[in-house]
Design a protein around this ligand. Structure first.
Ligand SMILES: NC(=O)c1ccc[n+]([C@@H]2O[C@H](COP(=O)([O-])OP(=O)(O)OC[C@H]3O[C@@H](n4cnc5c(N)ncnc54)[C@H](O)[C@@H]3O)[C@@H](O)[C@H]2O)c1
Length: 382
């Protein structure tokens, strides 16, 4: 299969590229290094300095004999996107190329504007590049479980049947995001749904929960192939952040009461999910929505587990509640469906004590690189 990966330099994009290339697919990765730029602008550099795409592809090819091609360019530039689609003719495009940080999108006007423009333009251009140059290409788009928010009813997988005045119809499940970043994902879904209805494109929109981990088949070949691993308040997702805090001897920062519940998944399962979605494409004129996570935890549960396993490794982990910088429910009902990917064949890697211990042990050698200044929340919602 010819697979185009947009945002292929990212935390998920690079491991995805190695995964598909190792299964003898033809892989082209596109990125404009926006993440690296924003990380520098906000002093949120990752734990380890990752080589650029050219270097990563060279190291990977030397280790495996599989090639990953790459192109540096901006997905919000339609002329660039046209050229990529016309020349590569992808059968599947995996679209990761967005500004993914909720705190960054809440800093102020410039950051909100950049997030809105970048994310919506990239998605709009993917749709138009497919319609204009690769009709039939399956779009796999990364959405987020954050699109649904935390409603006081069960969360369905993308759709909700509504009965009103004795009549019924199925609609997109109501969405109420908690940050501007998450709101761009809601708007992306609406754009995709519009073009599915009107142009008959085929789309899988993956409502993904926060991802954790740094080990994959490809990343384990060479330390230089590790995904970019952030532990700061801007880009670090909560489990990755807690692991680094535990190793660095910084108390785990629980925001507010810590009852916030989300659906999480291992990086290895992100790779499985996109592979399963690619293997069984959405149909022409179908917006297939799948909730992509394997288990739910409160923030307090995560902190307790990292502390327990960290203590067993002799790390002396403390937990500290800090004022919540976000506007969000700190205790709430949360019951999202997630059977679609299991039905497609997902075999989850759960967050066991062994998995936590393994991640901590992988981070310990980098302890001296941790900058504790990057950990405390620097962005408040208001
Ligand atoms: N990591 C998670 O826990 C998580 C959870 C839910 C959803 N997601 C979504 O998955 C996708 C990937 O997330 P990630 O954690 O790998 O983020 P990331 O920032 O590490 O990767 C995104 C990549 O896209 C690139 N990019 C952004 N805009 C671009 C543009 N206009 N042109 C070209 N490249 C561009 C960035 O430079 C970056 O390398 C994002 O859409 C994110 O919203 C991630």
């Amino acid at each position: 299969m010819r697979i185009l990966i947009l945002g292929g330099d990212g935390y998920l994009g690079w491991p995805t590229a190695m995964h598909f290339a190792s299964r003898t697919n033809e892989v082209l990765v596109v990125d404009n290094y926006l993440r690296r730029l924003i990380a520098r602008e906000t002093s949120s550099e990752p734990l380890v300095d990752n080589p650029n795409l050219e270097e990563r592809a060279r190291i990977f090819a030397a280790a495996t004999n599989y090639n990953i091609s790459h192109a540096i360019g901006d997905c919000s530039d339609f002329r660039f996107m046209e050229r990529i689609f016309r020349e590569f003719q992808p059968e599947t495009v995996i679209h990761y190329a967005e500004q993914p940080s909720a705190p960054y999108s809440m800093i102020g006007y410039d950051q909100a504007r950049r997030t809105l423009d970048n994310n919506l333009s990239a998605t709009f251009n993917v749709v138009w590049a497919v319609m204009s140059h690769s009709p039939g290409c399956h779009i796999i788009k990364l959405g987020t479980m954050g699109e649904y928010g935390t409603p006081d009813i069960d969360i369905e997988e993308g759709w909700l049947e509504v009965e009103h005045n004795g009549r019924k119809e199925k609609f997109l499940y109501p969405r109420q995001a908690g940050s501007l970043y998450h709101t761009t994902k809601v708007l992306d879904t609406d754009l995709l749904w519009f073009y599915v209805r009107t142009a008959g494109i085929r789309v899988t929109d993956l409502m993904q929960g926060p991802v954790y981990g740094l080990s994959t088949e490809g990343a384990d070949l060479d330390d230089r192939l590790m995904p970019n691993f952030h532990y700061d308040d801007i880009f670090g997702t909560v489990i990755n952040r807690f692991l680094v805090q535990a190793v660095a001897g910084v108390p785990l920062t629980v925001y507010g009461k810590g009852g916030q519940t989300r659906g999480y998944l291992n990086l290895k399962d992100t790779l499985q999910c996109v592979e399963l979605a690619a293997a069984k494409s959405a149909k022409a004129g179908e917006l297939r929505i799948l909730n992509q996570f394997t288990e739910t935890f409160t923030v307090n549960e995560l902190a307790d587990r990292v502390r327990r396993v960290g203590d067993e490794l002799g790390l002396k982990v403390a937990i500290e509640s800090v004022a919540n910088p976000r506007k969000e429910a700190e205790e709430h009902y949360y019951n999202p469906a997630h059977s679609g990917l299991l039905d497609l064949g997902l075999k989850p890697h759960y967050l066991t004590d062994d998995v936590i211990a393994d991640m901590l042990e992988r981070i310990i050698p980098y302890r001296k690189s941790v900058d504790a200044e990057k950990i405390m929340p620097r962005v408040r919602w208001s």
